[in-house]
Structure formats: C-alpha cells, structure tokens
Design a protein around this ligand. Structure first.
Ligand SMILES: Nc1ncnc2c1ncn2[C@@H]1O[C@H](COP(=O)(O)OP(=O)(O)O)[C@@H](O)[C@H]1O
Ligand SMILES: *[C@@H]1O[C@H](CO)[C@@H](O)[C@H](O)[C@H]1NC(C)=O
Length: 323
C-alpha cells in the first residue's frame, strides 16, 4: 500500500476502515399493484423495479455517503444479483475486500408487493446472508479490530453477529448494534457488547414487552434496555425523532426532529444508524445529543425521496454545518 510520501506526515494506516459493517445485503424485488393478491390468485402489477437493500448494506452506504471510509463484511451468492450488489457497493466507495460470494445459496432477496394504499406484503429469503460464518470473520479480523466503529444487525446468523461484536469489543472498537429484526428472547450478551444499542419503537416493544408509542414510553423502555448492560440506548421514533440515555446520564432525553413532508420512510432507520456510525467514528467528541440531532436531520432528508439507498443523501448535498 502507498505511503503518503509527504515529509513529516505519518504513513497512512493500511487496510483499516473507520466504519465496518458485519451484516446483510438483500436485493429488493418490488412490484407495484392496485391491490394485494389473494391466495392462489394471479394479478397484474403496473410497475416493477429492483433495489439494493439489506440493513447492513443500507447502513454502510449511508455512512460512506457522508464520507466514512467504510468496509462491509457480508456474503452474497455467486449469481447475477450478487455480482450486481458488489458493483453497487463499489460505486458507493465501500471496500468489498471481505464481501464473500458463495455457490451454496442465492443472494438474499426481499420480494415486495405494494398496493396503491402503500400497504405491502414481503417475503425475505436471507440465503447467502445466513452462511456468513466464523471463518469469514477470522479473515476480516484485522479490519474489524482496527475499525473505529463496527455496526451489526440481526439479518445474518445471530451467532455470527455475536462473534463479530465480541471481536470488536475485545479490541476496544465502539460497537453500534441495531437489533433488527427484533426477537423477544435476544441473547443477553448482545446488550453487554453494545456501546450503542439503537432500535425503533416496535423493536423496543418486542424486546421489553412495554408499549412504546411516545417519547415518555420510549424513555421507560430505554431505561429497561440500559439496565441489561448497554452503554448507550437510542430508540428512534419516526417523525418524533429519538430518545436516548446512557450509563453516565441515565435520564431519558428526547431529541425531536424537524417536520418534513415524508414521501417514503422505507430505510429511514438504516439512514439514521449509518449517520450515527459516521459521527461516532469521525466526531467522537461531539456530545451524543448533537450526534443524534444530526443523525435525525440526515434520516429526515432520506424520507423526502423515494426508495431506500436511492434516498440517502451525500455529504455534498447536506449543510456544511453537519460536518
Ligand atoms: N416522517 C418523518 N419525518 C422526519 N424524520 C423522520 C420521519 N420518519 C423517520 N424519520 C427519521 O428517521 C429515524 C428513523 O425512523 P423510524 O421510523 O423510527 O425507523 P425505522 O425506519 O426503523 O422504522 C427517526 O429517528 C427520524 O430521525
Ligand atoms: C421497525 O423496524 C422493523 C424492521 O426491523 C420494521 O418492520 C418496523 O415496521 C419498524 N417499526 C416502526 C415503528 O417503524
């Protein structure tokens, strides 16, 4: 690898990425129809498109678009969707050094049907995502242990997520864990290994059994999650922003966001998590409240355009005050 060449400047660190995601890639296959089909029925839709999704890749793309040096540890199939996904990651300036391709399963897909009312039915086949394993993590060990922030979700095998979090935690890497999709009986180790535990309202309800539909309720759920051992808890609240609290300040704080005209909120949570990872990695001394204010802003931009990754803003399109 190249040294900077300039006298008096330290050699750039080699492989290191500041933000590393260990997570999922999914190809979204979206059909728009006037209504949802019944069992056994064939109907005609009026539009079809393919999109890039999967929570892991979405979060990585948002962090990279803000300027993070990012790498994703993931697995796709050795098929055309997998090839296209790798190309998409490269176009977003994400390192694919640890993006694996397997012949043993297809690239993860989400088949989505959306009716005119915006209601949907979705089938996810995680496929290759579930084959990301210990051996794959070992190959990526040096990039994980030298990251500033590592992000994980639950769209790959939970054992692999847990192992990645353990590796990062033991190297002093800040871990950002997004327990999505949520399960009621989440392994308690996930809490202890999370520097920042970030989920949305419905995930907080599943994890705590409490109702979470406003900032006050979210504060109570966040406290319960904090008591399970995370350093910081963030619960996102859609148009109401988010709530946070931490071991050092265990009093819930509500961080509202600006009112915007939402066009498509798909993937807003992933934009938020990717933005938060960027701030944790590049502005670690900002107060958490300020990082969350800025992450709210960025996610609010994403809801004003259609699609998932296609709605995520780039640094150049955002107010300089955010950087
Ligand atoms: N209608 C909205 N207006 C402004 N910001 C929004 C809106 N919906 C979502 N956001 C932003 O996106 C973040 C995540 O949204 P949320 O709906 O909680 O997550 P998810 O996408 O997981 O359902 C919120 O904390 C907020 O910052
Ligand atoms: C929270 O995220 C899950 C995906 O894990 C999604 O299905 C759900 O609709 C989201 N909930 C809210 C309230 O946005």
């Amino acid at each position: 690898m190249a040294a900077s060449g300039e006298p008096g400047r330290p050699r750039q660190e080699e492989v290191a990425a500041a933000v590393v995601v260990v997570g999922s890639c999914m190809t979204d296959l979206v059909s728009l129809t006037s209504r949802l089909p019944k069992t056994g029925e064939t109907i005609h839709g009026h539009k079809f498109f393919i999109g890039f999704g999967g929570k892991g890749a979405n979060q990585c793309v948002q962090a990279a678009r803000l300027g993070a040096k990012a790498s994703i540890v993931c697995k796709v199939g050795k098929d055309s969707f997998g090839n296209d996904y790798i190309e998409n990651l490269k176009q977003n300036h994400i390192s694919t050094e640890f993006t694996y391709q397997t012949r043993d399963a297809a690239t993860g897909t989400a088949s989505i049907i959306v009716n005119d009312e915006g209601e949907n039915i979705i089938v996810i086949v995680a496929g290759a995502n579930l084959l990301l394993n210990t051996e794959d993590l070992q190959k990526a060990a040096s990039v994980i242990s030298r990251a500033r922030v590592m992000i994980c979700q639950l769209e790959i095998s939970p054992a692999t997520s847990l192992e990645a979090l353990t590796m990062a935690h033991s190297s002093g890497v800040t871990t950002l864990f997004n327990p999505a999709p949520a399960v009621a009986d989440l392994d308690p180790q996930f809490y202890a290994l999370s520097s920042v535990f970030c989920c949305n309202e419905s995930e907080a309800e599943i994890l705590t059994g409490l109702a979470v539909s406003n900032p006050t309720e979210a504060g109570k759920a966040a406290l319960l999650l904090l008591e399970r051992g995370c350093q910081v808890v963030v619960i996102t609240l859609g148009a109401s922003g988010c709530v946070t609290l931490s071991q050092t300040e265990p009093v819930p704080k509500h961080i509202p966001t600006e009112a915007v005209k939402a066009v498509d909120t798909t993937g807003a949570g992933d934009s938020f998590v990717g933005a938060l990872a960027f701030y944790l990695a590049y502005y670690p001394n900002l107060p958490m409240e300020e990082m969350l204010k800025r992450s709210n802003f960025i996610a609010a931009v994403s809801v004003q355009a259609t699609g998932t990754q296609s709605s995520y803003p780039y640094k150049k399109d955002l107010p300089p005050a955010l950087f």
